[in-house]
Ligand binder design. Structure first.
Ligand SMILES: [Fe+2]
Ligand SMILES: [Fe+2]
Length: 199
C-alpha cells in the first residue's frame, strides 16, 4: 500500500527572482575546497538543470488547463521558480565552462536522454517529471537538513545559489505529483502506476 502524504493546506509557492554570481564569484576551477571530485559532482548536477527543468516545465504546463484553479496557480508558480533556477544555473554553468569544465558534453548527454523521454505520451512525461522531482526533493531536503554542509568552504555566492534552489525545490515538490493525481483520477490505480513504466 502506497502511503501518499497530502499536500499541506497552507502550501504557498513563492517565486523569488534572485540573481547570483553577477561579479563572477567562482574564483577557481576546483571551487569546492580545491576538490576536483566534489566540484565535479555539483558542476555535473548543474549541467542537467537547464534542459531538465525545461522538460519539467513543459510536461506540467501541458496539463495546466486540465486541473482546478488552485493547482493552476501552483503550476504557474512552479514554472516561475524553475525558469529562474534555469537562468541562474546557465550563469553558473558558463562560469564552470570558462574554468574548463566540459559543460557542453554533459548538456548534450542530458538533451539526448530527454529527447527519448519526450517521445513518450504526455502522461508518461509527467510521470517521469514526478520521479525526477521526487529525487530532487530528497537531495534538497538532505542538503538543507545538513545546513548546506556539503558546500562548506565553497564561495558564499555559490552556497547561496544552491541553498535558494534547494529551498524552492522543497516548496514545489508536491505540484507535479498533485497534477499527476489530478489528470489520472479517472484511471484505476494500477493503470496510473503503469504510466511510470518505461515500456
Ligand atoms: Fe529547480
Ligand atoms: Fe524542481
Amino acid at each position: 500500500m502506497v502511503d501518499i502524504t497530502p499536500t499541506p493546506a497552507d502550501l504557498k509557492i513563492n517565486p523569488r527572482n534572485l540573481r547570483f554570481h553577477q561579479d563572477g564569484g567562482m574564483p577557481d576551477r576546483w571551487w569546492l575546497n580545491g576538490d576536483p571530485v566534489a566540484t565535479a559532482f555539483f558542476n555535473a548536477l548543474s549541467c542537467t538543470f537547464p534542459k531538465g527543468e525545461k522538460f519539467f516545465m513543459d510536461s506540467v504546463r501541458h496539463y495546466r488547463g486540465a486541473v482546478g484553479p488552485e493547482l493552476q496557480q501552483q503550476i504557474a508558480a512552479f514554472i516561475a521558480q524553475e525558469a529562474v533556477h534555469s537562468r541562474e544555473h546557465v550563469t553558473f554553468n558558463k562560469l564552470a565552462s570558462d574554468h574548463g569544465y566540459p559543460v557542453d558534453i554533459l548538456e548534450a548527454r542530458t538533451g539526448h536522454v530527454l529527447r527519448a523521454v519526450r517521445q513518450r505520451s504526455p502522461v508518461r512525461q509527467l510521470a517521469a517529471t514526478c520521479a525526477l522531482e521526487h529525487f530532487t526533493a530528497i537531495l534538497a531536503h538532505q542538503f538543507l537538513k545538513s545546513g548546506a554542509s556539503d558546500l562548506a568552504g565553497a564561495p558564499k555566492e555559490t552556497v547561496k545559489l544552491w541553498s535558494w534552489h534547494a529551498m524552492e525545490e522543497i516548496e514545489h515538490k508536491s505540484v507535479t505529483f498533485d497534477t499527476f493525481l489530478s489528470v489520472t483520477k479517472h484511471m484505476s490505480r494500477p493503470d496510473a502506476t503503469r504510466c511510470g513504466y518505461w515500456q
